[in-house]
Design a protein around this ligand. Sequence first.
Ligand code: NAP
Length: 308
Amino acid sequence: MSSIRLAIVGLGKIARDQHLGAIEATDGIDLVAVASRNAKLEGVHCFSDIHELLASGIEIDAISLCTPPQGRFEQAQAALLANKHVMLEKPPGATIAEVFALDQLAQKQGKSLFATWHSREAAAVEPARKLLSERKVRSVHVEWKEDVRHWHPGQAWIWEPGGLGVFDPGINALSIVTRIMPESFHLTASELSFPANRAAPIAANLTFASASGIAVTAEFDWRQTGPQTWDIRVETEEGPVVLTHGGSRLLVDGTAQIVEEDREYRNLYRHFVSLVNAGRSDTDFSPLVHVADAFMLGRRNVVEAFED
Ligand code: NAP
């Protein structure tokens, strides 16, 4: 099978930190072009936006969108209408309706659509999922607390409507919990803290319930300096199952398990290659649905203004 000729749209932090290296390390896919308003990359065709890329006539099979979520729909739609397979960075879009519309369009065009959740590829996630399917889960508590100034310097879009604020990292935790939980759950309460000068929350406290009564709670906070916390603690009748470091480490009944090297983005690209070659899509939007619910049910607190 010939290699997939890929273009990246939006050559920013995550494209440079993760996508370029992962594509390089993945068989069956080659980066041939980049479309970014300001950034360029040596050795590939460079365009200023997706429309210039698609109009150029260079041969590409697929597009990986690494732009902010606002505006992603128009880009994905243009790519699918031009008969390209599409890989979406998380979150897959800015609204629920637009991601379902994209899913339908991909089906209509007969192209693969991959809504990625990189945190689901963290080393502890699959072992935790298997373990929890054999245990009786009592409760889940998520603590996702990081320093926004460190991780998102100068990213204005993240504070705008559709940028999700603290849910930009928080949705990673939800992508893990939705994968490892043996049953589905839904939001029952949400408290959101908005800085007085921003359109997106800096902190959130969420409560969910499952049909069988498992309590799921989550605390997201972007104001944590010093050590960072990305932990998910699952209490089971047989003992605690704890994922730390964003899902890359696992403690079972207090004992640390084997930790693998980080392969999140290499796993994503390997999966994308297999989806394209099999003519399939992978579009689980459930983490975004929970975030939308958190905004729908959210009680709004106004907190201290945030300056970069
Ligand atoms: P970023 O550093 O701001 O990069 C996004 C790039 O998209 C920008 O450099 C920009 O390049 C381009 N772009 C196109 N339209 C834009 C617009 N209207 N506003 C701003 N930039 C625009 O953001 P990022 O951190 O890479 O995040 C991109 C996506 O990846 C987000 O959905 C984020 O949740 C996800 N993600 C980020 C991380 C992370 O650690 N940063 C981790 C995992 C996933 P040009 O100016 O050249 O057009």
